[in-house]
Design a protein around this ligand. Structure first.
Ligand code: C5P
Length: 260
């Protein structure tokens, strides 16, 4: 499945032949910069400079370093995924989405559970924005199991809740979703080829699982229909992050061979 044209990373000024599977894989690998400060982020990015093109900035780094941490990434031509998982009244979320678009990020998250009015307001905030970021609705956090859902008054299973939120998101004009490897196949069926499915919880065979529960290898996640893979610790905490990233890319390229 080709990457949607508008999501092609901005660094790609020349068309990469589809036959170059590692290059295709590189466009789909997002490294999570889960570090506490801008200096640590810069160090990681420079270690991965010749290997990775997408970086995810989440709450930890953004709260510590502010929007300024995005500037060098965007300037350098990396594609930035701003993972702040917004959830507030529609007007506030719309404002935040507009601000983020102004920072040059290519993808950003908001909670699907914020409801249809919030999702519609977020979409509408991007009307007229040239080359807007892809809005990704987070379905059910991978840290939420049945007991956690019950505790907030939701009787549905996590899988059913993911499906409900994805249908609601699609109705509200959102085509991008973050979900665990367990739900990617059913969401791919629901969204069709147009869906932008971003999948964390990726662990190459033999990597430490850490706190992730619903995991898949890079190849499995791609075979199940993922558009993008988010990988943090297996790359960022490796003795040699670039080598670890290359190994992930190689595995992704193998899996893409069957898809492209
Ligand atoms: O280190 P690891 O590969 O587990 O990092 C995964 C990244 O994906 C982290 O930044 C984490 O916050 C993010 N994420 C996740 N599960 C979700 C949404 C985001 O693990 N449901």
């Amino acid at each position: 499945m080709p990457i949607p044209e508008r999501l092609k990373p901005s660094f790609a000024t020349t068309r990469v032949p589809v036959t170059d599977l590692v290059e295709e894989a590189r466009k789909r690998l997002i490294v999570a910069l889960d570090v506490p400060d801008a200096a640590s982020a810069a160090r990681l990015v420079s270690q991965l400079d010749s290997t990775c093109r997408w970086f995810k900035v989440g709450l930890e780094l953004f709260v510590a370093a502010g929007p300024a941490v995005l500037e060098p990434l965007v300037k350098h031509g990396y594609s930035v995924f701003l993972d702040l998982k917004l959830n507030d009244i529609p007007n506030t979320v719309a404002g935040a989405v507009r601000s983020a678009a102004g920072l040059g990020v290519r993808m950003m998250t908001l909670h699907g559970s914020g409801g249809p009015a919030m999702l519609r307001a977020a979409r509408a905030a991007l009307d007229g924005v040239a080359d807007p970021p892809e809005l990704l609705a987070v379905t059910v956090l991978t840290s939420m199991d049945q007991a956690q859902l019950n505790a907030i008054g939701l009787e549905r299973s996590p899988a059913k809740q993911v499906e409900l939120l994805a249908r609601m998101g699609l109705d509200a004009g959102i085509r991008g979703f973050v979900c665990s490897p367990q739900e990617v196949a059913s969401l791919r069926t629901l969204t069709g080829a147009e869906g932008v499915l971003v999948i964390p919880g990726i662990r190459p065979a033999g990597a430490a699982i850490g706190d992730q529960k619903r995991i898949a290898t890079p190849a499995e996640a791609l075979r199940l229909g993922a558009s993008y893979l988010v990988v943090g610790r297996p790359i960022t905490q490796a003795a040699n992050p670039a080598e670890a990233a290359e190994a992930v890319l190689k595995e992704m390229a193998e899996a893409l061979k069957a898809r492209l």
